[in-house]
Design a protein around this ligand. Structure first.
Ligand code: FAD
Length: 466
């Protein structure tokens, strides 16, 4: 029976980063992963393949339509879907192999198979041949991630009714794709297929898209996506889906109750969220329980059982790869005896549509609910010279600051390349910057980042370029 200082169950962004940091700190460490590749949901069927398709489909649409023609570039592209999927797969393979390299570099053992807790400090691993091996460790980190949440009445068959994994490798462009759920995953994958030629209808139970995101910002994104041709049916619930060989018949009703209607689609993507994954993990062998959402609770990444830790999607907080990575570092540093905290108030969120949406900190709705007085500075990309010259003028930068201290409390961006720009405010807010601090800092010209500075100036009504 092999023993380690730390055994990590799950090789996603939580697990692989925990393993790397443990290796860096000189701990003996192994990461148990049941998939045939490392990287978890993020690298295999999440962040990375979705971004590969978003990138390719964005270029395809730009080349196909008015955008290239307006720039004076006349081409007639044709879609080679098989090649688009192939380059996505090749990139994913490159990335997952990269984790194997990092494991070797940091002396992390990859134990291939599915891990199951087997009492305190013990884990059994079953490989794909059915062989079972036993391991012990001083500390065990659960990083088993999440899986798509099913929707009653709409059974995912991954033929015509698909989850996000299915939507990342459809064999053909759907004529009509219905997306159930107007969250990040639904909007990103809906965008991919719309750009490639599908009619896309997004059905959402709530009366708004992207719950939790600053409402004005979410509405602006919705307007842009609608202008591009994405149809939205908000305040609607799907109650039944009947698949056939060439499509799906959906029944939907107003969320508040009312007359049912039917809708035909050739594919339906169920994207109503994700739930923690703990199947077959042997939680009862150590007396661990999940809450009613299936989630393992933690306090400073510790479960209620000494020596068992939990990070990433399988525990509380936003289901994001960078949140899992932050928790991985903090958890291993703590196991190593050092203090370490994750600042849950400053985890950015991004939607990689066009325009992109990026957000960090508090929304206006949250501040209103807290009764905290705030000021808002906004700046439209329409008035930003770089955005204008690139014909990417949709959206705005919005900075929310405390009414008295001027400390930046929230930043909400919708516009070009904002995913790359939100990090500026993450750093600034981590150092408790005021809006004036940002307004006083020189930004390069011409860049879209100037809009961030102008929005900060506008917290006190001092933007200069509108
Ligand atoms: C389509 C899509 C797009 C996304 N885009 C983004 C994005 O742009 N940005 C972002 O931040 N997040 C994104 N996410 C979310 C992101 O993928 C997750 O938040 C992240 O992967 C969570 O990391 P994790 O390590 O907690 O879990 P996971 O990545 O889910 O990894 C868990 C791993 O554990 C393994 N495992 C489970 N049980 C066992 C067991 N018993 N034994 C051995 N192995 C086990 C699983 O096989 C899996 O590989 C996206 C998700 C999806 C589905």
């Amino acid at each position: 029976m092999k023993s380690y200082d730390v055994l990590i169950i799950g090789g996603g962004p939580g697990g692989y980063n925990a393993a790397i940091r443990a290796g860096q700190l000189g701990l003996s460490v192994a990461c148990i992963e049941g998939r045939s590749t490392l990287g978890g949901t993020c690298l295999n069927v999440g962040c990375m393949p979705s971004k590969a398709l978003l990138h390719a489909s964005e270029l395809y649409e730009a080349a196909s339509g008015a955008e290239f023609a307006h720039l004076g570039i006349e081409v007639k592209p044709s879609l080679n879907l098989a090649q688009m999927m192939k380059q996505k797969e090749e990139s994913v393979t490159g990335l997952t192999k990269g984790i194997e390299f990092l494991f070797r570099k940091n002396k992390v053992d990859w134990i291939k198979g599915w891990g199951r807790l087997d009492g305190a400090g013990k884990v059994k691993v079953t490989d794909d041949q059915g062989n079972v091996s036993d391991y012990t460790a001083k500390d065990i980190v659960i990083a088993t991630g999440s899986e798509p949440t099913p929707l009653p009445g709409v059974t995912i068959d991954n033929q015509r009714i698909i989850d996000s994994t299915g939507a990342l490798s459809l064999p053909q462009v759907p004529k009509h794709l219905v997306v159930i759920g107007a969250g990040v995953i639904g909007l990103e994958l809906g965008s991919v297929w719309r750009r490639l030629g599908s009619e896309v209808t997004v059905i959402e139970y709530l009366d708004r898209i992207c719950p939790g995101i600053d409402e004005e910002t979410a509405k602006t994104l919705q307007r842009s996506l609608a202008k591009q041709g994405m149809a939205f049916k908000l305040g609607s619930k799907v109650t039944q889906a009947t698949p056939s060989a060439d499509g799906v018949s959906l029944t939907l009703e107003p969320a508040a109750g009312g007359e049912a209607q039917t809708l035909q689609a050739d594919y339906v993507l169920v994207a109503i969220g994700r739930r923690p994954y703990t199947e077959g993990l042997g939680l009862d062998s150590v007396g661990l329980n999940t809450d009613k959402r299936g989630m393992l609770e933690n306090q400073g990444h510790r479960t209620s059982v000494p020596g068992i830790w939990v990070i990433g999607d399988v525990t509380s907080g936003p289901m994001l790869a960078h949140k899992a990575e932050d928790e991985a570092i903090a958890c291993i540093e703590r196991i190593h005896g050092k203090p370490h905290e994750v600042n849950y108030g400053l985890i950015p969120g991004v939607i990689y549509t066009k325009p992109e949406l990026a957000t960090v900190g508090k929304t206006e709705e949250q501040l209103k609910a807290e009764g905290r007085a705030y000021k808002v500075g906004k700046f439209p990309f329409m008035a930003n010279s770089r955005a204008k010259i690139n014909h990417e003028t949709e959206g705005f930068a919005k900075v929310i600051a405390d009414a008295e201290t001027d400390q930046v409390l929230g930043v909400h961006l919708v516009g070009p390349s904002v995913s790359e720009m939100i990090g500026e405010y993450c750093v600034a807010m981590e150092f408790a910057a005021s809006a004036e601090d940002i307004a006083l800092i020189c930004h390069p010209h011409p860049t879209r980042s100037e809009a961030l500075r102008q929005a900060a100036m506008n917290v006190d009504g001092m933007a200069m370029q509108i």
